[in-house]
Design a binder for this molecule. Structure first.
Ligand SMILES: [Zn+2]
Length: 458
């Protein structure tokens, strides 16, 4: 009998397909079309892609892996997708909070940026942001800032996935004197990264109120020439809408649509002050919405009508927005939790934006917002291997009745244990493998001192 068993094992080893990794967990939260939750599940990975997802016993029978990661008390989920942020601003974290947006911009951020933002600043700021994002489960982020080529280099070095656009704005910025220079910079960025496995270069006009019509049209044309996404802030504040109505007798959504800015892949951040007619336009043009609940609350911008957007079938994802003055961290677990609760408190209905939908917004819906749903956002055969494990053995994780409810309302970014992007392990046992944490923190403190001095000097 023993001989027979060894023979069977020998045969199955011979017939098993090879894999680079098998991850096993107490639950696999697939976020596939059937929303399969697999108890005692596993994911097999080869190269950058997922080979198979299924029950642990079946996956271990079918595949012979070079490396195995067993997490019997954790869940495996798709990596989280952030649809809007400004990573390098991490070095301005907490520079001035609880002030009006105009004060914040004029007295703190614009002078601080003018005096401090260099390629080196952006490199260390992005490294700090990537470190924080990966340790809290984000595997893809969407960014708008300056020196975006350096953001792309730092993102690749960290091993993360990024949709990255150079900010195009109608006044001199740290790396472009005019919008024309910023467009030329973006053209170079698109040429350099458009076939990159991790970086999706994008065109990022800041907003309608900071750019001329000519620049906005040129941005769309440039994006379409490369099939690149266009990233823009949209109807973030009531002031922005009032000003646009006074000037153009149209809402920002109507005005951008009239300019043809939505004629191609677009991600619009915020969309707080949008009416039904605006939402119909956004739906018709397939514009993805990056909902940023922390930022909208902290800046008292208002509440985006997310429940209505979802009912109308718009693609809505989540983003932490800036880490300085409008949130102060990059934690997608907080965004999920706040997105769900903010809709409940404003609609007066606790059934609004349930946990499962909030988790979809951080995964598969976020992927749709970016137009990347065929590649990321769920754990399925053939998709890119972007996945995380989340501990279930902490006081805030027991007992467990409902997986999605636990993910959104109880689990935290610091419960993330392992992170893989594109088949490469970036975090193991909550420790970063691709970034030097001590060095990054030391450099961030050093920059903190430098920025503080630059503000008091003047
Ligand atoms: Zn923003």
């Amino acid at each position: 009998m023993r001989l027979f068993c060894s023979f069977l094992l020998f045969i199955s080893a011979l017939t098993a397909e090879s894999a680079d990794w098998i991850w096993t967990g107490r639950y696999v939260v697939t976020m596939d079309a059937q929303r399969r939750l697999i108890e005692n599940g596993a994911v097999a990975i080869r190269g950058a892609r997922i080979l198979a997802v299924g029950p642990k016993a079946e996956i271990e029978r079918r595949y012979q892996a070079r490396q195995q990661l067993d997490r019997p008390d954790a869940m495996l989920t798709p990596g989280l997708i952030s649809t809007h942020t400004h990573a390098a601003m991490s070095l301005f974290r907490g520079i001035a909070d609880d002030v009006r947006l105009q004060d914040w911009l004029e007295h703190y951020i614009f002078p601080a940026e003018a005096r401090n933002v260099t390629p080196d600043f952006v490199r260390w700021g992005t490294r700090l942001a990537c470190l924080e994002m990966m340790l809290s489960g984000t595997t893809t982020f969407t960014d708008m800032y300056y020196f975006e080529d350096v953001v792309a280099e730092a993102t690749k070095e960290a091993g993360m996935r990024g949709v990255l656009g150079e900010t195009i704005i109608g006044f001199p910025s740290p790396d472009a004197k005019t919008p024309k220079d910023a467009l030329a910079f973006t053209d170079k960025l698109l040429r350099r990264f458009h076939t990159d496995p991790l970086v999706v270069p994008a065109v990022a006009p800041h907003a309608i109120y900071t750019n001329s019509d000519e620049t906005l049209k040129a941005c769309r044309a440039l994006a379409n020439r490369y099939g690149a996404p266009l990233l823009i802030h949209l109807s973030e504040t009531k002031h922005e809408n009032d000003e646009c109505m006074a000037k153009r007798h149209m809402t920002p959504t109507q005005a951008l649509d009239a300019l043809g800015v939505f004629n191609g892949r677009t991600v619009a951040a915020h969309a707080v002050w949008v009416n039904d007619a605006d939402m119909a336009i956004l739906k018709a043009r397939g514009v993805g919405i990056a909902h940023c609940p922390s930022s909208n609350m902290m800046l008292a911008s208002g509440v985006a009508p997310v429940t209505r957007m979802l009912a109308l079938g718009l693609n809505v994802g989540l983003g932490p927005d800036g880490p300085a003055g409008s949130n102060n961290d990059f934690n997608m677990f907080e965004e999920m939790d706040l997105a769900a609760k903010l809709q409940k408190v404003t609609t007066g209905d606790p059934r609004s934006l349930p946990a499962e939908t909030a988790f979809e917004m951080a995964t598969i819906r976020g992927a749709r917002v970016l137009g990347m749903e065929k590649e990321i956002g769920s754990l399925e055969t053939g998709k890119l291997a972007d996945l995380i494990s989340i501990r279930l053995d902490r006081p805030n994780a027991v007992p467990l009745y409902h997986v999605y409810s636990q993910l959104v309302y109880a689990l935290k970014g610091c419960d993330v244990e392992d992170v893989m992007v594109n088949g490469r392990l970036l975090v193991r046992d909550a420790r970063p493998l691709t970034l030097n944490e001590a060095q990054i923190l030391a450099k961030a403190r050093e920059y903190g001192e430098r920025v503080r001095k630059s503000l008091t000097r003047h």
